[in-house]
Design a protein around this ligand. Structure first.
Ligand code: UDX
Length: 442
């Protein structure tokens, strides 16, 4: 099929590249001329495991092209994806200016029947607004479909190629056929394409992300209670996750969820609810708890150092909001580092991918080339991202480099028993603190 993808952010680029890989002719459109020129030279603008090899191959085999011209990009396209940003406005509602702007431009450019697909996460009712905008100037028949993405950063290619399900919101039989043809190569394992109306599809995306954010947040509150009751949240997680009604995934307690989707989508759904006169109390609780959870290790570390962090050197492992990405949007690490430096601590950080993205935002901390370099002469280590290389470190080397064997772990990377045996003072989430009393006395 001939496909146009408008917007080459994270979602647009993964969508365009993966559909090229499944044999389609894809043209990606972006207003950023610089970015387009770079992509035309085969330079990928984002870090996403597994994407670059597909990106380079499909450009070389001429299935993937880039342009700044909307009219050129949509030429002969059977489907046009809109993968444009929907940043939250001041009040938390999603700003539709980019999507509606492109919809307005599209109308007069359409020459034949086409399916326009909303891929961005958009408020319920957006498909209708897009349809109205296009219809103002369109001379041909077209359909607008809502087709939300459920891609996780870090595993987006796999999520795209083997989706649990594809959700399509449309009541048009023509559009259904086009969407079935488009997605059929990805649904060979029998995973469903689920058709519904546009509003329900738009709602599905918000409901999915809000539910997952709630699941994590619930577990974080269980963790907070475990700490007070002397229970271990890891065991509780295994105990409840094996119940198929609950499921094993997204039950890991930590320092809260971040990223570009959960915080924005939970906030937007709460705002939509408010606009429609409904107070979605669960969502307000999720936001408040997550906000507190992000910095929950700060009181512990401050107390550990007798009430002041002034002059202490804190090593930090992990900046990205999660592993396998360089994305630092809403990353708990950044807020924690700002608090540490404001309290007079020196911070030395290491992250395998995200350091370049943080340097401009936090110029006054030390960026290290390896995880161990960050430990050199530090008073304590704080862990904010569960990169695999942090999971099985050389504890001997850590002990020698750190001034004192003290770890505040926001991702529960180590066994309590291991840390006890090795003589570390170890604080984690929802589990007992190890060797706390002894070290404080020292
Ligand atoms: C999410 C959704 O999973 C995806 O379907 C949607 O399309 C976009 O938003 P993403 O933001 O890439 O994807 O990250 P995800 O892997 O879902 O993690 C989100 C946050 O939750 C991260 O900060 C992660 O650290 C946190 N998390 C996740 C936990 O704290 N505990 C868990 O058990 C799982």
């Amino acid at each position: 099929m001939k496909i146009a993808v408008v917007g080459t952010g994270y979602v647009g680029l993964v969508t365009g590249t993966c559909f090229a890989e499944t044999g389609n002719q894809v043209t990606c459109v972006d207003i950023d001329a610089n970015k387009v020129a770079r992509m035309q030279r085969g330079e990928i603008p984002i870090f996403e495991p597994g994407l670059e090899v597909l990106f380079v191959r499909n450009i070389a085999e001429e299935r993937l092209k880039f342009t700044t011209s909307l009219s050129e990009g949509i030429q002969d396209a059977e489907v046009i994806f809109l993968a444009l940003p929907t940043p939250p406005g001041e009040d938390g509602s999603a700003d539709l200016k980019y999507i509606l702007g492109v919809a307005q431009e599209l109308g007069p450019l359409l020459e034949d029947y086409v399916v326009v697909i909303d891929k961005s996460t958009v408020p319920v009712g957006t498909a209708e607004k897009v349809r109205e905008k296009i219809a103002q100037n369109a001379k041909v028949d077209f359909d607008v479909v809502s087709n939300p993405e459920f891609l996780r950063e870090g595993v987006a290619v796999e999520d795209f190629m083997k989706p649990d399900r594809v959700v399509v919101g449309t009541s048009s039989e023509n559009a259904k056929k086009v969407m079935e043809k488009l997605y059929s190569p990805l649904l060979r394992q029998g995973n469903p394409i689920i058709f519904m109306d546009e509003r329900s599809a738009e709602m599905t995306k918000y409901a999915a992300n809000s539910f997952l954010a709630m699941k994590i947040t619930f577990m974080n509150e269980i963790a907070n209670l475990c700490e007070r009751l002397g229970a271990n949240v890891d065991d509780v997680r295994k105990g409840i996750g094996t119940d198929s009604r609950i499921g094993k995934r997204f039950l890991f307690a930590g320092i809260g969820y971040g990223g570009s989707c959960f915080p924005k989508d939970v906030q937007a759904l709460a705002k939509t609810s408010q606009d429609y006169g409904y107070d979605f109390r669960t969502l307000h609780a999720v936001m408040a708890v997550n906000n507190d959870q992000k910095t929950k290790l700060i009181p512990a570390i401050t107390e550990y150092f007798g009430g002041s962090l002034s002059g202490k050197t804190i090593a930090v492992w992990g900046l990205a909001f999660k592993p396998y990405t360089d994305d630092i949007r809403e990353a708990p690490a950044l807020e924690n580092i700002r608090i540490l430096t404001a309290a007079g601590a020196n911070v030395a950080v290491y992250d395998p991918e995200a350091m370049d993205n943080v340097k401009q935002l936090l110029p006054d901390i030390t960026y290290c080339h390896t995880a161990y370099a960050a430990l050199d002469d530090a008073d304590a280590l704080m862990i904010f991202t569960e990169w695999p290389q942090f999971r099985t470190p050389d504890f001997d080397k850590m002990s020698k480099l750190l001034k004192a064997k003290v770890v505040f772990d926001g991702r529960n990377l180590y066994e309590i028993s291991t840390m006890r045996e090795l003589g570390f003072t170890y604080f984690s989430i929802g589990r007992e603190a190890v060797n706390r009393v002894e070290s404080e006395v020292c």
